[in-house]
Write a protein that binds this ligand. Structure first.
Ligand code: GLN
Length: 198
């Protein structure tokens, strides 16, 4: 089982480390031909304007979409969530992969609350709270009918979702010691043939 980590910009090294700690193989993806044979894809946190631009520049958009539609699981964290979203509220235009039926607001927390850590109750991970690390993260403003809400803040704002083979968080599981989101993602990869794609 080989997990491709999009390595154009952002926290890809941290994702590689997390996945390797769990015993799975990883491959840093920068070119379309490197996608051959991967069983899962991670799009890291970072800067979505840069990542989307580079995805287009390196002709990765169509191959990534094809993989997602053939039920290969995707995990997007923070900027990665934005890159997967169908609609983005943003002052600059972003050409995202449009795989995940959500509308995100890129700068949802404003300047003062732009970075914070919050214990999140995430039922799919069990009782123990998950340390949600938010760094200028987005918020899901709207989720389509096929989108399952995985985590919300106390005020109801949605910060993690799953739509079939696509999992996305507004926070950074790759920057904390708790590996349960990565574990959950690797389970999706193991059982991907049972999951409805796109
Ligand atoms: N605000 C960033 C963006 O719009 C995301 C920040 C992050 O990934 N930590 O891409």
């Amino acid at each position: 089982m080989k997990i491709g980590v999009l390595a154009l910009q952002g926290t890809f090294i941290e994702h590689v480390r997390a996945v390797r700690t769990m015993g799975a193989e990883t491959l840093e993806i920068r070119k379309p031909e490197e996608l051959e044979g991967v069983s899962g894809i991670i799009i890291p946190g970072g800067e979505s304007t840069v990542i989307t631009r580079l995805m287009h520049h390196y002709d990765l958009v169509e191959p990534l979409k094809q993989l997602a539609c053939s039920s290969v699981p995707f995990l997007g964290t923070c900027a990665g969530m934005i890159c997967l979203a169908k609609n983005v509220g943003s002052t600059v235009e972003l050409k995202t992969l449009q795989l995940l039926d959500i509308r995100v607001n890129r700068n949802a927390f404003g300047r003062q609350l732009s970075s914070f850590e919050k214990d999140l109750h995430i039922p799919i991970l069990g009782q123990k709270p998950f340390p949600g690390l938010f760094i200028r993260g987005p918020v899901v403003e709207q989720a389509g009918a096929g989108v399952e809400v995985i985590a919300s803040l106390d005020d109801g704002r949605i910060v993690a979702v799953r739509q079939g083979n696509i999992l996305a968080t507004a926070f950074h599981p790759e920057l904390v010691d708790d590996l349960r989101i990565h574990h959950y993602f690797l389970e999706l990869v193991r059982h991907h043939s049972l999951i409805k794609a796109c």
